[in-house]
Design a protein around this ligand. Structure first.
Ligand code: RB5
Length: 145
């Protein structure tokens, strides 16, 4: 079954987000675009909040957040219970954060990471599964913090 991926950005990333949506759609994923779609200045916590609600409600299985650095989005996303957001700059970290941390939101910096690398990071994230086992105990500990 194809995964449903929610994706959102602030004004630093609409074109970048669009490219990631096209990339994922071509691979057979279903994307829910939660905006923003223009370069008019917006506040990244608003978009992080929308996306986290789509993931915690089950509307989307995974989420992708883009801002200039990815940092503001990751800080905002990790304030939501049930969200484990990982700021990634390489595909190995993206695969490992799914496998070990059961990360359900990927954050990337549109002003930091080139698109080809972003595609590789995205592929690694959406294509990897949580390994469970000893990692489940640690994720349970994260959730109880
Ligand atoms: C917006 O200028 C910028 O602050 C934002 O995209 C992000 O990088 C914040 O962490």
């Amino acid at each position: 079954m194809s995964k449903i991926i929610a994706i959102a950005s602030d004004h630093a990333g609409p074109a970048y987000k669009k490219a990631i949506i096209e990339h994922l759609t071509a691979l057979g994923y279903t994307c829910i675009n939660l905006g923003t779609d223009t370069e008019e200045s917006v506040d990244y916590p608003v978009y992080a909040d929308k996306l986290c609600k789509a993931v915690t409600s089950g509307e989307a299985e995974l989420g992708i957040l883009v801002c200039g650095t990815g940092i503001g989005m990751s800080i905002a996303a990790n304030k939501h219970k049930g969200i484990r957001a990982a700021l990634c700059g390489d595909p190995v970290s993206a695969a490992l954060t799914r496998q070990h941390n059961n990360a359900n939101v990927l954050c990337m910096g549109a002003r930091i990471i080139g698109l080809e690398t972003a595609f590789a990071i995205t592929d690694a994230f959406v294509g990897s599964e949580f390994l469970g086992g000893r990692h489940q105990r640690r994720v349970d500990m994260l959730e109880s913090l």
